[in-house]
Design a protein around this ligand. Structure first.
Ligand code: SF4
Length: 66
């Protein structure tokens, strides 16, 4: 699984960074992003990433290869 935040849509609400704190963080622009050192989502973080996607109010999180 890979995840990506569409920064053109993200409003920086912080839902994803709270729900999946191992995966998402805020960048210097104040918008969420996947942590730089993460190439693939670890098995134990996948559920949180799915929850974060569902909780994003503007549907800015894309998930590949669930
Ligand atoms: S939940 Fe969505 S809008 Fe909120 S910070 Fe994360 S990507 Fe941005």
């Amino acid at each position: 699984m890979k995840a990506k935040v569409n920064k053109d849509i993200c409003i920086g609400c912080g839902a994803c960074t709270q729900i999946a704190e191992n995966v998402f963080e805020f960048g210097e622009d104040g918008l969420a992003e996947v942590k730089k050192d993460i190439k693939k989502i670890k098995e134990e973080d996948k559920e949180a990433v799915r929850d974060a996607k569902e909780s994003c109010p503007v549907d800015a999180i894309d998930i590949e290869n669930e």
